[in-house]
Write a protein that binds this ligand. Sequence first.
Ligand code: GLU
Length: 444
Amino acid sequence: MSYVDEVLEKVVAKNPAEPEFHQAVKEVLESLRVVVEANEEKFRRDALLERLVEPERQIKFRVPWVDDKGQVHVNTGYRVQFNSAIGPYKGGLRLHPSVNLGIIKFLGFEQIFKNSLTGLPIGGGKGGSDFDPKGKSDREVMAFCQSFMTELSKYIGADEDVPAGDIGTGAREIGYMFGQYKRIRGTYEGVLTGKGLSYGGSLARTEATGYGLLYLTEELLKINGKDINGMTAVVSGSGNVAIYAVEKAQQLGAKVVTVSDSNGWVYDPEGIDVEALKEIKEVNRARLTEYRKYRPNSEYHEGRGVWSVKADLALPCATQNELHLEDAKQLVANGCVAVCEGANMPTTLEATEYLQANGVLFAPGKAANAGGVATSALEMSQNSERLSWSFEEVDEKLKEIMVNICHNMDDAAKRYGMEGNYVAGANIAGFEKVVDAMNAQGIV
Ligand code: GLU
């Protein structure tokens, strides 16, 4: 049996009931086959792949907190410190009822390669909890965040592990967590990113994931002889990534006609009103059913349906496994030319294969959404030098990073005879740097 197949089997046997983790590992290792085969003997002797798929450390802890009525709740907290070969662990904290160890491990595994692709010195990690911030009062969210950080603070630090936002963790949650960390540890350090601007946050970090997605998409289309200007786009999600993806897509001349949340989706034939979207989601923390109040000509539909709308460009920005094989078939039938992932692993493996087989340009999340964590790394740099850069300076660096990622994944795919396979290109380019650092540091 080939080394890749052997390790894939072991991962499934050793980590039962973690389907998302299996999926993420399979996607990466399958596309690394050529690289692994070229070094099979050495990698096998060094157990390189076994070390890559085994987190350096996994922390799981109890998070008790009291609600506004005096009721005590218990959630589970996680931090998976996956790989620190190229820098301190870096990755977000997801707060969502679906969170379990397998989900955090898939996200942490993805993060290793994503962070490597940014070209910046950050390792891979991820954390979170099955706490659901939806419908909770500010005081309840604070109670949870303080309890969560009381435990997490033992394991993180500006040079050890630097968490950030993800689904359910935005500026409010980061603020409460930062306050508690500072209180417990007594140090004012850049231990979290995505901080508010008054206490060490970076300009453009809020916009970074969505903007970065569009910078990469624009470049990808350009190197394939296409222009984003004038294209119609469908976006899923309506959180931080989706909002700023819509905003930048419109600035680049595309018309975005959909957004969605977990209950339904909006179709706005005149193009999504991003200011209305910001007010609904960022200010009022409300549902998308509100959108029609701002735009009476738009439609609201219950359930899923974004991928059935005819568009040139599809940008999944909601969550994992939200774009299935049937959706991919619809997109292809409707003439879609590119799918670029704003979320982490939003496209199933079968859907990805179908899109690639049918000539759709496909940019995987670990490349396309790396702008968020890249700008987090820029926030870390600013914190270290105790300076703040201007919006333009950060945005310019972000753009440069995304354009580089696009070319690096394109070049890596070409080097191994897989031109146009950006999944393979991104995995190979991310992997090479991590492996080089792991080899240099010995068996640790
Ligand atoms: N959660 C984001 C991601 O998936 C950002 C992580 C960070 O900024 O550390 O990459």
